[in-house]
Design a protein around this ligand. Structure first.
Ligand SMILES: NC(=O)C1=CN([C@@H]2O[C@H](COP(=O)(O)OP(=O)(O)OC[C@H]3O[C@@H](n4cnc5c(N)ncnc54)[C@H](O)[C@@H]3O)[C@@H](O)[C@H]2O)C=CC1
Ligand SMILES: O=Cc1ccc(S(=O)(=O)O)cc1
Length: 478
């Protein structure tokens, strides 16, 4: 039976009032249509915003204790229905089942727990000065516009702090990840949130997303996606002076110094670049290797890259699945072609599908060596399993190349010298820096410098996005 996805507005499952083109849900592993997403229009966006606006007066006045209890209930529902979520993500965007279960779905409870933990020590009320009492109030109605690549990471890193701070929400997920968003709506309903606190509708970015960004009754927009769409959102939001938080693209550098444990560093770098089939905005897609170990690093990367197994998402283990959609497949093919034309040395992979895959948006994991930082493949976000390797001679040059990017989301440094690691990390213009493979915890801030964005999500940093600070000045001497 075909799946049909409709909207959750004001506590009800409803069809669009202004139906747009129906979007087919295509399983990226076999290209079969498994369902449809009903896409809305401007009037649907208005209905969702109106519901969120009506609910705001009541929900914003609930106590923090009540909101913590509700969010804890949402966590419990999520954990009980966890397997459904992992399966939905794997089906809609092709994440291999173990990645979907262990990492993709895990972001849901992960972000809820981090928000709840942050609230324990967050100063929602404090003194700001001799006369001032500082109170943190919910900013209002929030539009959450999210992509398809880590759908639950991106929904829950926004939704958990929004709900905890007393905001009401309109979620517009990507139509390419409709199933996980539908489950989120079911979980919120089951957790017992009042009607209108959470609303969800599908629609095109330029129509529904844009309408939410422009809407005078929306107080803030939290957007994750491409830099181009993020710029459109900011422009649309500017007329109403609403807050816009953007988490955008990346082209992250992975600096490999000659004193590192080369084999494990290269293996990890290849694995991280190909994880989620390269569809992560913080993927380390530019590997910068110090000259004395460059040829050795290239040989290791080719060896490990060739061992990467492309497989149907139902296959257990550390494999990579298809890209999420045909558009992404075509984009990645184009970039691989551009890499070859630009004279980069193709180590593994290349254009076309891997052997044995005729259906599905599977691509060949591809590594280019001798890439220079002016090549298109080194400058633009490819969003596929395409790794660019470059050589550098000095620490100074490595930092310069790493920072020579319009993006600044993440960076990676590998060296056995802890002093150098800290020195370099502090000079990299990126929102997160990983030293020797150490990953990010949910309590720490995630976001970018430059055209990678303007905010910080996760943990207590995420709470700030949804808060207005109010200073109440009065005579404290009495
Ligand atoms: N940084 C990240 O996490 C992501 C980056 N991307 C990059 O973006 C490229 C294109 O992927 P897309 O799915 O097309 O991402 P996108 O940025 O177009 O879409 C992300 C979300 O924004 C919405 N949207 C798009 N245009 C909008 C507009 N003008 N106003 C309001 N909302 C809008 C979409 O409907 C979706 O919900 C990828 O190849 C990749 O390079 C894509 C997804 C996530
Ligand atoms: O830890 C999970 C995680 C971190 C980053 C991203 S993305 O950069 O937004 O793709 C996804 C998942």
């Amino acid at each position: 039976m075909l799946i049909s996805c409709n909207f959750y507005i004001d506590g009800q499952w409803i069809d669009p009032v202004e139906p747009g083109p129906v979007h087919a849900i295509v399983n990226p592993a076999d290209e079969k249509i498994i369902g449809t997403v009903l896409m809305g229009g401007k009037n649907d966006a208005h209905a969702a915003v109106d519901a969120a606006r009506r609910a705001f007066d009541g929900y914003s006045q609930t106590s923090l204790a009540e909101r913590r209890a509700l969010l804890a209930r949402l966590q419990a529902v999520f954990e009980r229905r966890y397997t459904e979520m992992a399966q939905a993500i794997s089906t809609e965007m092709g994440a291999p089942c173990d990645l979907a279960y262990d990492s993709q779905a895990e972001c849901g409870p992960g972000h809820i727990k981090a928000a709840l933990a942050a609230a324990e020590s967050f100063a929602f009320e404090s003194r700001s000065g001799p006369n001032g009492d500082l109170v943190c109030e919910p900013i209002g109605v929030c539009a959450l516009i999210t992509p398809w690549n880590w759908p639950i990471n991106q929904i829950m890193s926004k939704l958990a702090p929004a709900l905890l701070t007393g905001c009401t929400v309109v979620l517009k997920p990507s139509e390419f990840a409709p199933l996980s968003a539908r489950l989120v709506a079911e979980f919120v309903h089951e957790a017992g949130y009042p009607s209108g606190v959470f609303n969800m509708l599908y629609g095109d970015g330029p129509v529904v997303g844009n309408e939410l960004a422009e809407h005078p009754l929306v107080d803030m927009v939290s957007f994750t996606g491409s830099t181009a769409a993020g710029i459109s959102v900011a422009k649309a939001a500017a007329g109403t002076v609403k807050r816009v938080v953007q988490e955008l693209g990346g082209k992250s550098a992975n600096i490999v110094f000659a004193d590192t444990d080369l084999a494990s560093t290269i293996r990890r770098g290849v694995r991280q670049a190909f994880n989620n089939t390269g569809q992560s905005c913080n993927a380390p897609t530019r590997m910068l290797v110090e000259r004395p170990v460059y040829e050795q690093a290239i040989a290791l990367a080719a060896e490990y890259g060739a061992q990467v197994q492309v497989a149907h998402p139902s296959q257990r283990g550390d494999v990579i699945g298809p890209l999420a959609m045909k558009r992404q497949f075509d984009t990645v093919q184009r970039y691989i072609g551009l890499g070859i034309q630009s004279g980069a040395r193709l180590l593994i992979g290349g254009e076309g599908k891997p052997e044995g895959f005729s259906a599905g948006y599977f691509v060949r994991p591809t590594i280019f060596a001798d890439v220079t930082n002016d090549m298109v493949i080194a400058r633009e976000e490819i969003f596929g399993p395409v790794l660019c390797m470059m050589v550098f001679d000095t620490e100074e040059v490595a930092i310069r190349i790493a920072n020579d990017s319009p993006f600044g989301l993440a960076a990676y440094v590998n060296t056995s010298d802890p002093v150098r690691a800290q020195r370099v990390a502090r000079r990299l213009r990126a929102g997160t820096v990983s030293v020797n493979g150490v990953g990010q915890d949910y309590a720490s801030p995630f976001g970018g410098f430059k055209q990678s964005g303007n905010g910080r999500e996760w943990g207590r940093f995420g709470l700030h996005d949804y808060i207005e600070f109010k200073c109440i000045n009065s005579d404290h001497s009495q």
